[in-house]
Design a protein around this ligand. Structure first.
Ligand SMILES: Nc1ncnc2c1ncn2[C@@H]1O[C@H](COP(=O)(O)OP(=O)(O)O)[C@@H](O)[C@H]1O
Ligand SMILES: N[C@@H](CCC(=O)OP(=O)(O)O)C(=O)O
Length: 372
């Protein structure tokens, strides 16, 4: 497989909590300065870099003198608010020594699910990159509740990769890459140097987080690679402690695990649809509709829907499942849930007689539907 970082012009680099905080011992300033120096070199090589950095909660705990990660949400949010100051302070001063400005961007999933806010975030990021500023992104933990959170920064980094249509996502962590099993408990595990992003075999190899302060573990990294591949981005998982890892990757060296995007990239609007982590409703399709949508490239008509769950308005995102409950697609509903319930199983010719008007013959138009 060709090394992907050499030709990548725009990339997202993600550094995880375990790495940034040296396994929870407070910010590792030397490591932060080192990555900043490498990113500065990448910009001299003509690359645009967005940094997604974890570590706010761990740094906040350190500053507040808390020994254990709190379980109460308001305490976690308070720790994140304190720690984020330390995080951006450290990046700001180390990038400044390379004559680069930084910008802080804190996001919740809501910001990317809402089309207008998504486009706003995109144009801000594009402007910052054009100005040669390094955007430093983290989840907005202080306001994020379960409904609006990404959950972990691997997912956030993948969504940012799709947002800015980056060529590559580099996930730096505390292991040399993806191993055939969690190397912490399996001494015989071997490094996977390359694979296709989205290969289901990878999900079986990946285990949970390696430390009490991290959230994701290897599984979220594998799923992040699968997400990023939808917009055509390749993913590299490598050790952030490997000397000059980013610069060497950019020069074409093979380090860590390279997960190649092999599918035809989706349009940015369809990637946005696929990246919705929360959906408002669920449509169960009959076997004929599953075939029409997945194999024949057709829109979803009401006649092929056997059940409608949830409460959604016209234009909101719903998921489509097979009669066996397997998720096959998602899309924007043409009708609100209450109307959809009245027209399912009916031919399109009966929509007007049933509702008194027609908003379109389809329940989900093909242009607003993405296969998963
Ligand atoms: N198959 C695997 N290969 C490598 N690491 C794995 C695997 N399965 C689980 N892990 C664990 O994932 C950890 C990295 O994820 P995580 O702790 O979330 O770090 P980060 O803070 O960098 O996101 C590793 O320390 C390792 O223990
Ligand atoms: N937003 C959190 C990041 C949590 C997180 O996802 O951490 P990790 O799994 O180490 O990338 C923080 O800054 O503490």
């Amino acid at each position: 497989m060709k090394p992907v970082l050499q030709s990548a012009r725009r990339l997202v680099v993600k550094v995880g909590s375990a790495l940034v905080t040296n396994d929870g011992r407070g910010l590792d300033h030397a490591a932060l300065a080192n990555w900043s120096a490498q990113i500065a070199q990448l910009t001299h090589m003509g690359k645009e870099v967005v940094l997604v950095s974890s570590g706010a909660v761990a740094e906040g705990m350190q500053r507040l003198g808390w020994k254990a990660r709190p379980s109460a949400v308001h305490e976690l949010q308070a720790a994140a608010a304190v720690g984020q100051m330390g995080l951006v302070q450290a990046y700001e001063s180390s990038f400044r020594s390379h004559a680069l400005h930084t910008a802080q961007i804190l996001l919740t999933h809501d910001d990317l699910a809402d089309r207008t806010r998504y486009l706003n975030a995109l144009s801000t990021l594009r402007t910052l990159l054009a100005l040669k500023v390094i955007p430093i992104i983290n989840e907005n933990d202080t306001v994020a509740t379960d409904e609006i959170r990404f959950g972990d920064n691997d997912t956030l980094a993948a969504l940012v990769t799709n947002l800015i249509e980056a060529d590559a996502l580099v996930i730096l962590t505390d292991q040399a890459g993806l191993y055939t099993a969690d190397p912490r408990n399996n001494p015989d595990a071997t490094l996977v140097s390359e694979a296709h992003a989205g290969d289901p075999a990878l999900e079986k190899m990946a285990g949970g987080a390696g430390s009490a302060i991290s959230r994701g573990g290897m599984l979220t990294k594998i799923l992040a690679a699968k997400r990023a591949a939808r917009s055509g981005a390749h993913t590299i998982i490598a050790s952030g402690r490997e000397a000059d890892v980013l610069v060497r990757l950019a020069k074409g060296e093979a380090i860590g695990t390279q997960l190649a995007a092999t599918q035809t990239p989706l349009s940015s609007r369809k990637t946005w649809l696929a990246d919705h982590l929360q959906v408002r409703g669920k449509l169960t399709l009959d076997a004929g509709a599953v075939k029409a949508v997945t194999l024949d490239g057709k829109s979803l008509l009401p006649i092929g829907v056997i059940n409608v769950e949830g409460e959604f308005a016209r234009g909101e995102v719903v998921t489509c499942v097979s009669p066996e409950g397997v998720q096959i697609a998602r899309g924007l509903a043409n009708y609100a849930a209450s109307e959809a319930r009245k027209i399912v199983r009916l031919p399109t010719t009966q929509i007007e007689a049933t509702l008194g008007y027609v908003d379109g013959p389809e329940l989900i138009h093909r242009d607003n539907l993405v296969l998963l």
